[in-house]
Design a protein around this ligand. Structure first.
Ligand code: 0A1
Ligand code: ZN
Length: 869
């Protein structure tokens, strides 16, 4: 007899359509084998799917296959056409009597009409797929959930002239020609995988081939596939891939497992890249690079994304997620892994600074606003909205904290155990933490709150010195602010690295300590402290919190010059700058002396790496300053920051000129040393321009014209774009004409203008939206103008609301084409509560206009309604 009492095949949506983590049930049917035949054509592609299905446990549930937008043209069970199936919502429901069957379905889909870029779609004349998170159901009927792992055999059939290259997951099996100009290829993936990792590509592509011999001596054929004209821009990505493969063997003991590893670059892509098994598909901006078209930043990002997707082969593919609430299991861990890889390629200190800056720019505001959610969320309407900085970057910080608590050997033992125990399965965040506990011999009970509590903890730190007793006392108190649905929080475990320095001698007063703050408040006593101590805290950014310390400007300046932890040194300077800027923006009190002296000392320190100096002397962004204020005043912040930039520019004019003159010798090379010098030069150029020097525009224009690389060219263009000079127009025209037709570089042209600090940026952006090269159909282009403008705090928040109206208009238009990309661009409007009554009313009005738009997507509805809520 079948027991029908427990089975619910899918997490049941609540009445508002939300999916809840607690409703997880194992799948009612598994799919051990899947055979797919694609008869490819941009207008009509026929997909025939044969699923071997097996009843999972005792129950009487029918088979439920997810679909989206298509209809079944045929349904066969064990080779016999049936008609007792039904459609419920978008699911195909098939009653089955036995415990194992072969289910065959046929559908037709239209890739060329797919503007959402989810499922099978056309890009640049080629056909490609994107299935994470729920795109596979737009290709064929399937239990489209990550815990259904299946072995795939795929046959692709297409016109040979139009699509000479046919790729899919796994290893190639066979290929051949057909009459009528068509051809076919078969691919087999021996590793069971969830449907979100399925991929195919059919196109006219050239390949840059390489090979890698794994630690056990297997040869892997590598291929980077792009349009023929771009083939010379693939060497950096191929090199990064080989470095990544070697790094994962050395650092995590992880070896690649198929005979081939292919990467395809496409121009139209909603995210950065996708880790499909053996066939990664990339946004072309994370593959294509040569010195003339890509900046150092692009080179770094390409290596990081290539590594990220490659590392997913183990953290994501061999071990995947049980359900989408566990997304950070693969994403947080993989970001942590790619951060480690990048740190090993150059300056680990600079990499940490960049990562923390990114976390503060994207994740802290998310955690402080209406879209805050835990690293392991509890519910969602649309999973695409949860590919967030919280899941990715805060998730990586959680892994980093566990690595800190366990130490390098314990952490490696923990990851070994995890890979070993869960290989070939769909796991949970809890499984990962339990492995860390077991291998590290630690109790992470309270630490688990990091997965369930949203919000950025705040730590108040106050150090006092009892000189008479030779003692110092550090009082620490933590507070986790309320977030939507979580008004009350429990105290977290905060691993704080700290050290004391002698305020007179600059000597360290004892070694660095790791304090686990797990109480609401705690006091730490240091004995033998005869000299006035200065506190260095949260060194290396050991825990992702906001430190509120009462350190004076003098102490911060001291640390910025003497701390032995480069991150803490950077941080002291940032705090000093921030204190100065906040005082100026709020009270109009502009005392620049302490910052000018500290920056002068940093510039004068010949022992410092120029790459570090460049980061240390940069002022906090306008939005980060805004995040410190009770109410954001964009104009006052802009003024305060420009004043300080001007003062630094003028008072340290000789130092900036000196730094500017230290150009790397010879033609462009992408090395950490040359990169650091270029970075410092571009920061110096920015300060020279901020000083109001007469020759600034000339200097920038000369750099623009003589540069042999995009880093220097774009650095100069960025400086010019914020000014009023004649050189500005000339440079923008030259740049545009030189790169006309090169989409990735024209994106830079749009973005540079959208980020300009000129007073008329809002109007210019509206004009640019009417430029013939502007289109919402390409996500990179949409982000380069609309996304960049939303990040330009002052221009976007123009008091008349024109920026808000512009963004809302663009989002409404984009939502019709591509809801996923549209919803990602909403967050600037979600900050409405952070502004004065005038602005917040205008922003709210735009949010209400968006939510009232007929036919709004689920993606946009979720983001807007949460923002208003
Ligand atoms: N897993 C990918 C990110 C990704 C997510 C969703 C996508 O759908 C449009 C695409 C890519 C990664 O972490 O790189
Ligand atoms: Zn990822």
């Amino acid at each position: 007899m079948l027991d029908v009492s427990h089975a619910i095949a899918q997490p049941a949506p609540a009445s508002d359509g939300a999916i809840s983590r607690h409703d997880y049930r194992p799948p009612a049917w598994t799919v051990p084998e899947t055979r797919l035949v694609f008869d490819l054509d941009p207008a009509t592609t026929r997909v025939t799917a044969t699923l071997s299905v097996a009843r999972n446990g005792e129950h009487a549930e029918p088979l439920r296959l997810d679909g989206a937008g298509q209809e079944p043209l045929a349904v066969r069970v064990d080779g016999v056409a049936v008609n007792d199936w039904r459609i419920e919502g978008e699911q195909l429901v098939i009653p089955l009597s036995g415990d194992a069957h072969a289910i065959e379905t046929e559908v037709e889909i239209a890739p060329e009409r797919n503007t959402q870029l989810m499922g099978l779609y056309a890009s640049g004349g080629n056909l490609c797929t994107q299935c994470e998170a729920e795109g596979f159901r737009r290709i064929t009927y399937f239990p489209d959930r990550p815990d259904v792992l299946s072995r795939y055999a795929v046959r692709l059939v297409a016109d040979k002239a139009r699509y000479p290259v046919l790729l899919a997951n796994g290893d190639p099996v066979d290929a051949g020609d057909l009459p009528d100009g068509r051809h076919w290829a078969e691919w087999n993936d021996p590793f069971p995988k969830p449907s979100y990792l399925f991929a195919l590509v059919a196109g006219d592509l050239a390949v840059n081939r390489g090979s890698f011999t794994t630690q056990s001596g297997r040869d892997v054929q590598l291929g980077i596939w792009v349009r023929a004209a771009d083939i010379d821009k693939t060497h950096h990505a191929l090199h990064a891939l080989k470095l990544s493969m070697a790094w994962d063997e050395r650092v995590y003991g992880r070896e690649y497992d198929l005979d081939v590893f292919n990467i395809v670059a496409v121009d139209d892509f909603n995210f950065g890249a996708m880790e499909n098994k053996g066939l990664n598909i990339f946004n072309s901006r994370y593959i294509l690079a040569d010195p003339d078209t890509a900046t150092d930043y692009d080179y770094d990002a390409i290596a990081a994304v290539v590594a990220h997707e490659y590392f997913h082969n183990w953290s994501g593919n061999r071990i995947t997620c049980r359900d989408w609430f566990q997304l950070s299991l693969k994403e947080g861990f993989t970001v942590y892994r790619d951060q480690g890889f990048s740190a090993d390629q150059g300056s680990a200190a600079v990499k940490r600074i960049e990562d923390v800056r990114g976390l503060r720019a994207a994740q802290f505001p998310e955690d402080a606003g209406p879209l805050a959610h835990p690293v392991r969320p509890d519910s969602y309407l649309e999973i695409s909205n949860f590919y967030t900085a919280t899941i990715y970057n805060k998730g990586a910080e959680l892994i980093r904290m566990m690595a800190t608590i366990l130490g390098p050997q314990g952490f490696r033992a923990g990851t070994d155990l995890y890979f070993d125990r869960f290989d070939g399965t769909a796991a949970t965040c809890e499984d990962f933490v339990a492995c860390m506990e077991e291998a590290g011999g630690v109790n992470l009970g309270q630490f688990r709150l990091w997965y369930s509590q949203a919000g950025t903890p705040r730590v108040a730190a106050s150090l006092s010195h009892q000189a008479g007793e030779g003692r110092a006392t550090l009082r620490l108190a933590q507070h986790v602010p309320g977030t939507p649905g979580q008004p009350d929080k429990q105290p977290m475990v905060l691993p704080l690295k700290l050290r004391l320095f002698g305020g007179e001698t600059g000597r360290p007063l004892g070694p660095e300590q790791l304090v686990l703050l797990d109480q609401p408040a705690s006091t730490i006593v240091f004995d033998g402290i005869t000299e006035r101590p200065v506190l260095s805290i949260n060194r290396g950014f050991s825990t992702p919190v906001i430190i509120e310390s009462d350190r004076s400007a003098r102490e911060l300046a001291f640390l910025s010059a003497h701390d032995d932890d480069p991150f803490a040194r950077y941080e002291a300077m940032q705090q000093l700058m921030l204190d100065t800027l906040v005082a100026a923006a709020v009270e109009g009190r502009a005392d620049h002396d302490a910052v000018v002296t500290a920056v002068a000392n940093t510039l004068a320190d010949a022992d410092l790496d120029p790459a570090f100096v460049a980061e240390a002397v940069l002022l906090p962004s306008e939005s980060f300053i805004g995040d410190q204020l009770a109410s954001v005043d964009p104009e006052a912040i802009f003024r305060a920051r420009e004043d300080l930039r001007g003062a630094l520019g003028r008072r340290l004019s000789d130092q900036w000129r000196h730094a500017y003159d230290q150009a790397p010798a010879g033609p462009y090379v992408y090395t950490p040393a040359a990169k650091g010098l270029r970075r410092l030069r571009s920061v110096a150029l920015g300060y020279i321009a901020a000083s109001g020097a007469d020759d600034a525009a000339r200097l920038a224009f000369r750099q623009f014209e003589t540069a042999d690389n995009m880093t220097d060219r774009q650095g100069a263009l960025t400086t010019l774009a914020s000014g009023q000079s004649d050189e500005r127009e000339a440079a923008l025209d030259i740049f545009y004409n030189r790169y006309a037709g090169n989409g990735l570089v024209i994106d830079k042209w749009f973005q540079t203008q959208a980020l300009s600090s000129r007073d008329d940026t809002g109007r210019l952006v509206e004009e640019l939206a009417r430029h013939p090269d502007f289109t919402l159909a390409n996500p990179n282009r949409a982000r380069s103008l609309v996304g960049a403008f939303g990040a330009n705090q002052r221009a976007f928040n123009a008091a008349d609301g024109s920026g808000y109206r512009f963004l809302a208009d663009q989002l409404i238009a984009l939502d019709r084409l591509n809801p996923q990309t549209a919803a990602k661009l909403l967050p600037p409007l979600a900050r409405w509560r952070r502004f004065d009554a005038g602005r917040s009313g205008l922003m709210r009005g735009e949010l209400e206009r968006i939510v009232a738009t007929p036919g709004l997507s689920k993606d946009m509805f979720e983001q807007v309604s949460k923002s208003l809520g």
